[in-house]
Design a protein around this ligand. Structure first.
Ligand code: PLP
Length: 395
């Protein structure tokens, strides 16, 4: 225990501890400051800001890292999904199956290309799409499946890919939260037709703004994606197909190239923090008062973009932690099928009970490599205190 914490315990009148950060990107930046400034300076000296050599190098480096044939950068993770759907020729009249327990972009991208999102419920332990439900919603209009590797834990891809291959459907991995995670020893984004990544700053590989990436092993699709992101052209001012403007800035690419070199180490840091939470919860017999996330195993390597626990008293716990200076997040408080934006799809409360229960019970705790043991202990002890106050019988 720190001197401040000891003093506080001895005398509660001592000033409270400062609030923790949910994610401390300043602490991360402090470790790569010189590298990042050198990368920014290099781009500024070049005055080449759109696509160009930095973007090409980033795409080559990340393709090698993920073990894919092609990596095509774009303006955001949302665009990565939209461009993949467009490249697969999906649009009006088509249906795409996905999970209702995700960020809006997963289903929003489907609607944006004019297709219809069709939801299936999730597995209660992994929070990922339950593949045993897929067959029940496949129709002759179904064109694709978008599994999400939620919170950094890969979805169970083998059954999804098997069903997709049997039915001639495309599979687009929404790996926005899961860069570096592995399924059966393979990087996510490598096994399906497309892998979509986000470089939103809070992601495990986060830029200094928006950015995204599509991975594919299909040469024709890669070529199409490269055209789609620049208004459908290969040759300047000659537009073969209808595309859009969705490019990664050279500044983002240069910064992401720096961060890519640290990705494995940061993932280990997150895994280490996650294991430490799980061990402490077990030692303090806090399970099943709270349910920790499914840990990594040989088949599913979790990279913990979020460390999401489950608690029947979630809102109370969240408030209690807030009073103790511990920020938490709820991903996600309202399932996609119940979002007003999707009212026209005609879903109603109760349609996906496992997702809806999760949305009432999940709570994400601070998890990042720079989170110190002392800071993490504050979170653990506050949860233990809450459990004791609630007088919940322990197992
Ligand atoms: C699961 C999921 N899909 C898609 C996206 C969209 O990525 P972006 O914010 O880069 O557009 C996100 C980003 O938060 C996400 O978490």
């Amino acid at each position: 225990m720190s001197q401040v914490a000891q003093a506080r315990e001895a005398n509660p009148a001592v000033a409270p501890l400062p609030p923790l950060d949910y994610l401390d990107l300043k602490a991360q930046f402090a470790t790569i400051r010189e590298e990042v400034f050198a990368a920014i300076a290099r781009v500024m000296e070049s005055q080449h800001f759109i696509l160009g050599p930095e973007v090409q190098l980033f795409e080559e480096e990340i393709a090698a890292k993920l073990g894919v044939d092609h990596a095509i950068s774009c303006a955001s993770g949302t665009d990565a999904l939209i461009l993949s759907l467009l490249a697969a020729g999906i649009g009006s009249g088509d249906e795409v199956i996905t999970t209702p327990f995700s960020f809006i972009a997963t289903a929003g991208s489907i609607a944006h290309v004019g297709a219809k999102p069709v939801f299936v419920d999730i597995d209660p332990v992994t929070y990922n799409l339950d593949s045993s439900l897929l067959e029940s919603v496949i129709t002759e209009k179904t064109r694709a499946i978008i599994p999400v590797h939620l919170f950094g834990l890969p979805a169970d891809l083998v059954p999804i890919l098997r069903i997709a291959r049997e039915r001639g459907l495309s599979v687009i991995e929404d790996a926005a939260q899961a860069i570096g995670s592995r399924y059966e020893q393979q990087n996510v984004g490598k096994l399906a037709d497309f892998g979509c990544f986000s470089f939103f700053p809070s992601k495990n590989l986060g830029g200094a703004g928006d950015g995204g990436l599509i991975t594919t092993n299909n040469d024709a699709m890669a070529e199409r994606l490269r055209m789609l992101r620049v208004h459908g052209s290969k040759k300047k001012y000659h537009h073969e197909i209808l595309g859009t403007n969705s490019r990664l800035d050279a500044l983002q690419a240069a910064i992401l190239r720096v961060k890519l070199r640290h990705l494995d180490q940061w993932a280990s840091g997150r895994q280490d923090r996650a294991a430490r939470y799980c061990q402490a919860f077990e030692d303090m017999q806090l399970t099943p008062f709270i349910t920790p996330p499914q840990a990594s195993d040989d088949r599913f390597l979790h990279v913990y973009n979020q460390f999401t626990i489950r608690c029947a008293f979630r809102d109370e716990l969240k408030n209690f932690l807030k009073q103790h200076g511990i920020p938490t997040e709820v991903y996600y408080p309202l399932c996609l099928h119940l979002q007003p934006a999707f009212a026209s799809l005609g879903y109603k409360k109760g349609d996906f009970p496992i997702s809806e229960n999760a949305s009432h019970e999940v709570l994400s705790l601070p998890v990042y490599p720079e989170l110190s043991n002392e800071q993490q202990d504050r979170v653990i002890h506050a949860i233990a205190e809450f459990a004791a106050r609630r007088a919940i019988p322990r197992n």
